[in-house]
Design a protein around this ligand. Structure first.
Ligand SMILES: Cc1cc2nc3c(=O)[nH]c(=O)nc-3n(C[C@H](O)[C@H](O)[C@H](O)COP(=O)(O)O)c2cc1C
Length: 216
C-alpha cells in the first residue's frame, strides 16, 4: 500500500504535535513495506502538490489536531479547494487533541464521516486520541512516552488500511473520566495551572504576564 498523509495542523512542521505523532506512526506503518508521502497544510506552497496527490492516490490519511472542538480552519480552507472523487479512494483520519477524554472528539469524528462523503470517498475510520497537549511543552524523552504508542497504530493501519479494528477503537482510552478523578483534576488545575502556564509561557519567550491587556 502507498499512503498519502496530510498533516492538517496550521502549525509549521517543526512545532506541530501532529508531526511528532506522525513520526512514530509512520515508523510502524512502514515496517512491512507500506510506503508514504507526507504533506503539511500549514505550508500553502504545498497545496498544489497535495491536491495532485489526493487525485492520483487511493489511500489518503489526514491527521488532524482538534481546534476549538472541530477541525482547524486552514484545513477547511484547503479542503474547499478539492473536487469530489468517485474512484474507491479511502480516507482515514487521525484526530488528536489536548484534553484527554474521548467524548470531546466525537463531534469532530462525526463530521469527518460527513466530510468523506462530500469528497466522494469511502470512510476508513478515525483514530481518536486525546492527551497530547504535553508533546510540545515537555522534553523529548517525556514526549516520547506520549507519541511512542502511535507506532503500533501505524502497524494496524498498514495491516487493515484503516482504523476500524477493536485495537484502534480501544486506543482512545477513557471516554469520560470517573467522578473522583474529575474532582482531583479540578483541584490540581486550580492549584497548579496558573504557575504551570506562567512557566511554559516564559519558556517560549513570553515577557509579559498572561493576563496582560495591551489594548485596554
Ligand atoms: C487554537 C487551538 C484550539 C484548540 N482547541 C482544542 C479543543 O477544543 N480541545 C482539545 O482537546 N484541544 C484543543 N487544542 C489542543 C490541540 O488539539 C493539541 O495541542 C494538538 O496536539 C495540537 O497539534 P498541532 O501542534 O499539530 O497543531 C487546541 C489548540 C489550539 C492552538
Amino acid at each position: 500500500m502507498h499512503a498519502v498523509i496530510i498533516n492538517g495542523s496550521p502549525r509549521i512542521k517543526k512545532l506541530s504535535n501532529t508531526d511528532k505523532i506522525l513520526e512514530k506512526f509512520t515508523a510502524g506503518m512502514t515496517e512491512n513495506g507500506t510506503t508514504f508521502e507526507q504533506y503539511e497544510v500549514s505550508d500553502k506552497k504545498q497545496w498544489e502538490d497535495i491536491r495532485k496527490a489526493f487525485y492520483e492516490n487511493t489511500h489518503i490519511l489526514i491527521a488532524i489536531p482538534l481546534y476549538v472542538e472541530c477541525i482547524p480552519g486552514l484545513l477547511l480552507e484547503f479542503l474547499e479547494t478539492l473536487s469530489p472523487k468517485n474512484d474507491e479512494t479511502e480516507i482515514a483520519f487521525i484526530l488528536q487533541s489536548g484534553f484527554a477524554e474521548g467524548i470531546q472528539l466525537r463531534c469532530g469524528e462525526t463530521y469527518l464521516k460527513i466530510l468523506t462523503k462530500k469528497l466522494g470517498c469511502k470512510y476508513a475510520g478515525t483514530l481518536v486520541k486525546g492527551d497530547n497537549f504535553s508533546i510540545r511543552w515537555v522534553e523529548e524523552g517525556t514526549a516520547e512516552r506520549v507519541t511512542a504508542p502511535y507506532t503500533e497504530m501505524g502497524c494496524e493501519y498498514a495491516k487493515t488500511g484503516g482504523f476500524e479494528s477493536d485495537k484502534c477503537k480501544a486506543f482512545t482510552g477513557p471516554e469520560i473520566f470517573s467522578f473522583p478523578l474529575r474532582v482531583m483534576l479540578g483541584v490540581v488545575f486550580a492549584v497548579f495551572a496558573k504557575s504551570g502556564f506562567k512557566k511554559i509561557s516564559q519558556g517560549v519567550g513570553c515577557t509579559k504576564p498572561l493576563d496582560y491587556k495591551p489594548y485596554k
